[in-house]
Design a protein around this ligand. Sequence first.
Ligand code: ATP
Length: 514
Amino acid sequence: MAKQDDQFKRVVSHAKEYGFVVQSSEIYDGLSAVYDYTQNGTELKKNIRDYWWKSMVQLHENIVGIDSAIFMHPTTWKASGHIDAFNDPLIDNKDSKKRYRADVLIEDYAEKLFQKAQKEITKAAKRFGDTFDEEQYKTTNPRVIKYLTERKKVLQDMAMLLDKDDLAGVKALIEEKGIACPVSGSKNWTDVKQFNLMFGTKIGASADSAMDLYLRPETAQGIFVNFLNVQKSGRMKIPFGIAQTGKAFRNEIVARQFIFRMREFEQMEMQFFVRPGEQKKWYETWKERRLAWHLSLGLGKENYRFHKHEKLAHYADAAADIEFNFPFGFKELEGIHSRTNFDLSSHEEHSGRKLQYFDPELNESYVPYVVETSIGLDRMFLAVLSKSLQEETLENGTIRTVLRLPAVLAPIKAAILPLVKKDGLPDIAHKIIDDLKFDFNVTYDEKDAVGRRYRRQDAAGTPFCITVDHQTKDDNTVTLRNRDSMEQKRVGIKDLKNLINTEVSFANWLKKLE
Ligand code: ATP
């Protein structure tokens, strides 16, 4: 755990030091759970967004993208159920005065049981070597069975209690399991209360005519209210999808995990409209496709797992999260939800407009069912940053900090470094930049010894360094250094574009998905 905490602290301080993420309004001591992306972070975030957008919209003939407004008519949120049901159960610890989400406290307890079982399994795997059968061990070892059964039961009990809105029962469950405040270690809890997460605001100049509004807590509703506009203007045939990225706002109860849980964040969502009865098939398809997207970035298969929801939201008939192994353990990164026809039907009811599709093959009209994929861009950023940040001991005993970002996502693709600041080398470096800048985000650096410049670029995640030296003047070659292998090779200036492009181009990475 201590090792995980250290890695998390390293990620947060690296993010600030190397121009990725800082606390918002830092000079005024910041605003809780609100963050700003600085120069490198903005590029990395844009590249993640583009990688998602291209994989959805560009690679699928039947998916189109929109950009709907953050403000929406207030009835939207009545229809979507957010006014009545977008609540989190909160609980306070009377000694530490810290506030928690009651469901998260219970989920963390369940995760500890899972980790205990995992520890037993890892120990046994070492003991038995090649003959080890994990599945058999899980179903026969009494200790592992006990941990896993208890984990399942506590999650099921919680789901049942939350479903019934039995908040006293949730508190009793926390007490029964002896769950203590992680800060004070105390078990002195208040009652559990429901808390609505939407931010309210007003639109209009005069007090009488002002209208109460909410900042959208998800981007999905902007897609639902535009379903017919897009279907008709694009002559879309079911099945088809509408994608959108944009800001969402939630007044989160607990905000202690950097950009994992923010009050203002960005989502990348896609709603896929299908025939009634076909939703389960598409739900499975999208679970697979989304996992493949994650795996294509090469952060390690072992860092992802599916978590099937025990407690379904009011709109869903199936739901699963893709969880990622963050520095603080496995947590939700993306949700894949089979949302039924709840949203469109409810908007029909509240707006009095028909939101139906005429299916020429069936010769009938219906309200389509929807499968949603919903990922937090900031959470994805944290997943990428935290797995990429590594420290390695080199042969000479020194420690190298390297940000092994997938090259397609790296903020800067190459740094051009003149070996010395004289003899015409900076001019050649600038000429190289002038040639490459139309294709890639590149940078120039002439300060300090070249070894130190390499280290700076390693820490910023730049996949290539190009060094211009005196030989360059004679034969138009430069040294191309690879961030990950630290290998250096002599290449012609004319070959740079191709060499870099092979490693960083969206096309080459996206082809892995086909
Ligand atoms: P959680 O259980 O962690 O609160 P959620 O189940 O409420 O998340 P969804 O409503 O399914 O999340 O939202 C879809 C995605 O949006 C999540 O998988 C997550 O990546 C992202 N997300 C949700 N809330 C936040 C937040 N406060 N900060 C950053 N990202 C968020």
